[in-house]
Design a protein around this ligand. Structure first.
Ligand SMILES: Cc1ncc(COP(=O)(O)O)c(C=O)c1O
Ligand SMILES: N[C@@H](CCCC[NH3+])C(=O)O
Length: 439
């Protein structure tokens, strides 16, 4: 046999790196059909911890934090994407700040010992309880959503004013927050943002440190952010003229898109890093302002790709129209396909499977016809009950949006770090569900 003939066989005996756009950084497909993440076999994880399970690759989270930390900006991780005490500690270790949007997220950050001065509290309907908890914890900044909130704040407190800039980030309408006529922030065009600023400045115990805007989530383009900088810098200039104050911070929110399937568009971070400071510098010079310090609040872009969900196939049903592959999870661990028409891919793990692939529909176990995890995905044609399926890019807004619908307990979060696996959040049990149910 010649070397050229041997080469394909030799290659098939080597691990193959999985596409880094959607899988954790160190994910490899083994010749056996197994997938290893940072050297840990997903088959073994599923056998040891059961399914469904969320796996989280710690190294990928760290690398994503570092990619953002390389920018000339404060990076505040958006905890709504995924938060638990271990995650809060990791974020603190990596030197990021933290955006929390509820008393629960704040309590988790506090219990993890996250430095309070690096916490920002968000929310369009912060309760008095939450505002008091923030004051007690010594939260660094509160982001004010409306004029009515100003008088409810407990001072002394550094604050930002959340502005609705009237910009379409071109994303799903359920997660578009920069456009007019919606619940978040105070409108720039309508003059409500100016009214909030005036109200804040009338309360000496509040220190206005900057402006905030958030265009929405899963935004791939940079142009919306450039326009936000133009509009917010013009507003900063307006505030300087009208009130004689120069605000030192400009928070552009998060929303940076990730790819869920190969070929999906994702956020161009290096393009953003090159273009935004240029626009900021230009606009500030135009208005005679010292450029404010930027804050960014990525959630999904930090943690999405670090996560993989493992499901066990429970049953395979062939109908006259298609094949349904039903797994042991579904809508309760991933409501995103139903809510945002999000599309995923899946991979058979643990055995090589038929080389012939066919289009199939992966469905969940819930009592809803709409409980479809993936409407159409190519899987080995011999897929069968007992097989293990891995769905990549499930680190953000999966555990944090999980429910107990149909009284199905929530899966654990299993962190892979340094070649070992450890539960960061244990599997919920039926006993947990009964525990809160008063007999
Ligand atoms: C105020 C604010 N900041 C940051 C984020 C994080 O968004 P993403 O996870 O899309 O980066 C959100 C959620 O969209 C948000 O509402
Ligand atoms: N939950 C949404 C993102 C919303 C971000 C919160 N402001 C998602 O899964 O895509």
């Amino acid at each position: 046999m010649t070397l050229a003939e041997l080469l394909p066989t030799y290659r098939r005996s080597l691990p193959e790196k999985l596409p880094a756009a959607i899988w954790p950084d160190a994910a490899e497909a083994m010749p056996s059909g197994d997938v290893a993440v940072s050297g840990v076999s997903l088959t073994e994880v599923a056998e040891r911890f059961g399914t469904p399970s969320y796996v989280l690759d710690v190294q990928t989270v760290r690398y994503r934090c570092r990619a953002y930390r390389a920018l000339d900006a404060e990076i505040a991780y958006a905890g709504k994407a995924f938060l638990c005490r271990r995650m809060a500690r990791l974020i603190a270790e990596e030197g990021l700040s933290l955006d929390v949007c509820s008393g629960g997220e704040l309590a988790t950050a506090a219990a993890a010992g996250f430095p309070a001065e690096r916490i920002l509290l968000h929310g369009n309907a912060k309760t008095d309880l939450e505002l008091r908890a923030a004051a007690r914890a010594g939260v660094g900044r509160v982001v004010i959503d409306s004029v009515a909130e100003v008088d409810r704040l407990v001072g002394p407190q550094d604050v930002l004013v959340r502005v609705t800039p009237g910009i379409d980030g071109h994303t799903h309408r359920a997660v578009a927050t920069g456009v007019e006529d919606q619940k978040f922030g105070s409108s720039l065009a309508g003059g409500q943002a100016a009214a909030v600023v005036a109200r804040v400045l009338s309360r000496p115990e509040l220190r206005l440190v900057g402006l905030h805007c958030h265009l929405g989530s899963q935004i791939a383009g940079v142009t919306g952010y450039e326009e936000a900088v133009r509009r917010l810098v013009a507003f900063l200039a307006d505030i300087a003229v009208r009130h004689g104050v120069a605000l030192p911070q400009l928070n552009l929110g998060g929303g940076h898109a990730v790819a869920y399937r190969p070929g999906d568009a994702s956020f161009n971070l290096s393009g953003f890093a090159a273009r935004i400071p240029r626009v900021l510098g230009f606009e500030c010079r135009k208005h005679g302002l010292v450029p404010p310090r930027l804050t960014l609040e990525p959630g999904r872009a930090i943690v999405a790709r670090a996560g993989v969900t493992l499901y066990r196939v429970v049953t395979v049903k062939h109908t006259s129209t298609r094949t349904y592959v039903a797994v042991d999870g579904g809508f309760s661990d991933n409501p995103r396909p139903e809510l945002y028409d999000s599309r995923y891919t899946a991979r058979l793990v643990g055995r090589a499977g038929d080389v012939q692939k066919r289009s199939m529909r992966v469905v969940g176990r819930h009592c809803e016809a709409g409980d479809v995890l993936i409407p159409d995905v190519q899987l080995p044609s011999d897929i069968r009950a007992g097989d293990l399926l891995a769905v990549p890019c499930t680190g953000a807004y999966h555990h944090s949006m999980a429910s107990t619908y149909n009284l199905v307990p929530r899966p654990p979060v299993l962190a892979i770090d340094d070649g070992a696996v450890e539960a960061w959040i244990r599997r919920e049990t039926e006993a947990d569900l009964l525990h809160r149910d008063i007999a």
